[in-house]
Design a protein around this ligand. Structure first.
Ligand code: 3HC
Length: 698
């Protein structure tokens, strides 16, 4: 039988001395149960027949195996386990080769290096991205990669999760050669070459790892200093260290630590992040007809406008940048130039493409220059009347069908839209600073925004390689509205007894890259000060005022990093606490009759996170966010929320609604106005349901 279907994912084809095994499991040929079973049967069958001189494994579709099937994680494992299967492949009496195209990741690369020769097809990228899932390679990656590449490179691959291009993979012996052609044709040729002796085969398990204790010790020390809160990275070092012994022993160490990592909440959080990132734009609003995005206008050459322009340019979209005055325009062009230079030094843009990218920028002092653009993004300062004037003007200038977007972070898109004659073309596109780096884009739907305008917002996010999240109009949309609420908790903690540094340290230990006071210093304390002044008139008189300390800091002209002082002092070295702030805090406490008390780090994290969850629940309850996972993605991609916690509402599920309600009711005894149980949370506590259930229902 020349061709034989082993199961729905695996096919054998026999051609003389050559046997081909095709893996076909769209979309990314993940190693699901049927693939594992089918491959096991195919290898066993061909060995039992004993007629083929070589077996070549290749994949149908867009990629070689992109790894284990992540959807199976967290469920009871079903045999054959991937490491066992790959050992069987390695033990095959008939030499096996793999033909790798697209992205051979995780278990896919592990399959490749368990076979006896590997051919990469031009454009191939290989990698061990398990670390981004809270895991480490679990099917021989930590054992066979160091045998081929040496320990330092193996550590880099496992810890960075980065994708390695074909050329580098060849240099590091992860593949044996690079061919051009379809996987099928390359498989036939490579198999013939094995038979003729033109392509050598070898067993990775017969190669010894060159010991490198220094690399292991240095890496362990670096991880202890920088990633003490994570589980998997430390286990990578443990497993790779075991690769200098016999393979079977090393594989046993790897298996143990992989299974341990699988049990951690960190793994669950990171896998929630993986699927959330994809699910967030998998909604009807993101699909359907779109409008063109061939030329974009950006109004405002400040930090935001320049960042947005940079992001568009980096994605190959020509930009017209508009400013009212020459100095502003020059500042904008300079910032964009610097941003592009930074992209070159970070390896995001090749040096030879830099000038061509910059040449796509057309600066102008005339709004009329926006007459033929497809989309205008207004990024001037947050004042409603200024924005209304601009949109009124755009209405008269822009071509029919052009999309008019505001980058406002708080203001009412409907009010802005109403000052045009085409409110269906108006949308909010809220970028996060620095806009060419941060991946979040809140896509704000106005009451009259046309469906194709909304879908184009998502198309833009995709083009800019950002994570587009649908938000409805309210003060601050999803992210800033929640931030406005829980940010007060950080201030209350300081008023009541903690120091800004204790709050920052506790939350950094929880996993935030920076505590809230450091973030405030970085963003500029004047922004919050202006907002507090703007809202002073409408503030609820029963609300406990949270801004006393920050106001006093700002009154001194200390706006954070940009003025050299804020909560911290920024001289040449690492920031140090601003001692004058401690005095301000004492004075504010005395003036308000507060006797400071002690908070443990755990209490700080609990209060801060509970406040975040409370407002996040309300945002889901009133439909500002479509689902809990949308809130999670906003925080992961826009607010530095620790990825291994999955997002505020995934984290909320790890606490449970019952406990959260209990906590809020306890805190409410101190401040019943601020601490109120959202109806949704109360209902979830009563029904024993979770935010994950709501994600499934949506
Ligand atoms: N398992 C299950 N589903 C997967 C998957 C996997 N390993 N990788 C991707 N998918 C799914 C995605 O969820 C998405 O599904 P959807 O269409 O329903 O939303 C679909 O495949 C397409 O994925 P992308 O939208 O991400 O497609 P891209 O073309 O942009 O990217 C990719 C393709 C580079 C393969 C990217 O999907 C990716 O990085 N996948 C993860 C790879 C990975 O982490 N592999 C390691 C797995 S762990 C492992 O192997 C353990 C082992 O050591 C034992």
């Amino acid at each position: 039988m020349p061709t034989e279907k082993i199961n729905e994912n695996i096919m054998i084809e026999r051609k003389g001395d050559i046997a081909l095994i095709c893996i076909d499991n769209p979309p990314v040929n993940a190693f699901g149960l049927a693939v594992r079973k089918g491959l096991q049967d195919a290898i066993a069958k061909l060995n039992a027949e004993g007629t083929a001189k070589v077996i070549a494994i290749y994949c149908a579709g867009r990629t070689f195996v992109a790894g284990a099937d992540i959807k199976e994680f967290g469920k009871p494992p079903q045999p054959p386990a991937l490491p066992d299967l790959l050992n069987e492949v390695e033990a095959s009496a008939i030499p096996v080769l793999s033909i790798m195209h697209g992205t051979a990741l995780g278990g896919g690369l592990e399959l490749g290096i368990a076979t006896h020769a590997r051919v990469g097809i031009e454009g191939l990228r290989v990698g061990l991205p398990e670390i981004h899932l809270g895991l480490l390679p679990g099917a021989g990656g930590t054992q066979r990669v160091p045998r081929l590449t040496g320990i330092p490179f193996a550590l880099d691959m496992c810890l960075s999760g980065r994708q390695v291009g074909a050329k580098e993979a060849l240099e590091k012996r992860l593949i044996d050669r690079i061919d051009a052609g379809t996987p099928y044709d390359v498989a036939l040729q490579a198999a013939a070459d094995v038979i003729s002796g033109d392509l050598q085969t070898r067993h990775t398990d017969q190669i010894d790892t060159t010991p490198d204790d220094k690399a292991l010790e240095d890496t362990a020390a670096m991880l202890k200093a920088k990633q003490a809160h994570l589980f998997a990275p430390h286990k990578v070092v443990e497993a790779v260290a075991a690769s200098t012994g016999p393979l079977t022993e090393g594989l046993a160490v790897e298996r143990k630590v992989f299974m341990d990592a699988m049990q951690t909440p960190q793994r669950a959080g990171m896998i929630h992040a993986f699927f959330g990132e994809r699910a967030v734009s998998n909604i009807p609003e993101a699909k359907g007809d779109t409008r063109p995005l061939d030329k974009i206008g950006v109004i405002g050459g400040g930090t935001m406008g320049s960042g947005i322009a940079t992001s568009c340019l980096l994605s190959g979209i020509p930009v017209r940048l508009i400013e009212v005055a020459v100095e502003g325009l020059e500042r904008g062009v300079n910032t964009i130039t610097k941003n592009l230079d930074g992209a070159v030094s970070r390896g995001k843009l090749s040096a030879d493409k830099r000038d061509a990218t910059l040449a796509m920028l057309e600066p102008s002092l005339e709004m009329e220059a926006l007459a033929d653009v497809d989309l205008v993004i207004e990024a001037v300062f947050e004042q409603m009347d200024v924005k209304k004037d601009i949109f009124g003007e755009l209405d008269g200038i822009c071509k029919k069908g052009a999309i008019l977007a505001s980058n406002t972070s708080y203001l009412d898109i409907n009010e802005i839209a109403d000052c045009t004659s085409r409110s269906e073309d108006v949308i909010g596109l809220h970028f996060f600073s620095p806009a060419h780096v941060m991946r979040l884009l809140e896509i704000v739907q106005g009451a009259k925004t046309a469906p194709d305008v909304l879908a184009t917002g998502f198309a833009l996010a995709k083009k800019l390689k950002k994570v587009g999240v649908l938000a409805q109009v309210c003060d601050g949309f999803i992210g800033n509205r929640i931030l406005a609420h829980y940010g007060k908790t950080a201030s209350y903690l300081v008023l009541d007894g903690a120091s800004p540094q204790q709050v920052d340290n506790a939350l950094e230990r929880f996993g935030f890259a920076m505590g809230p006071h450091k973030v405030g210093d970085l963003a500029g304390l004047d922004i919050g000060w202006m907002t507090r002044k703007r809202k002073a008139e409408t503030r609820d008189p029963n609300e406990r005022y949270a801004g006393d300390v920050a106001d006093r800091i700002c009154e001194n002209g200390w706006f954070g990093r940009k003025t050299g002082k804020g909560y911290y002092v920024y001289d040449a070295g690492a920031p140090v606490p601003n001692e004058a702030v401690a005095t301000i805090i004492d004075e504010v406490r005395a003036a308000n009759g507060i006797t400071p008390r002690q908070f443990t780090d755990e209490e700080i994290v609990d209060r801060y996170m509970t406040a975040m969850i409370v407002e996040a629940a309300r945002v889901v309850e009133d439909g500002t966010a479509k689902r809990p996972l949308d809130v999670d993605m906003v925080f992961l991609f826009g607010y530095g929320f620790p990825r291994h916690r999955g997002g505020p509402l995934h984290y909320a599920d790890t606490i449970g609604a019952v406990e959260l309600v209990k906590r809020i009711e306890t805190y409410a005894k101190e401040d019943p106005n601020y601490w109120q149980v959202p109806d949704l949370l109360r209902k979830m506590a009563a029904d024993a349901t979770s935010f994950a259930d709501l994600n499934k229902e949506a």
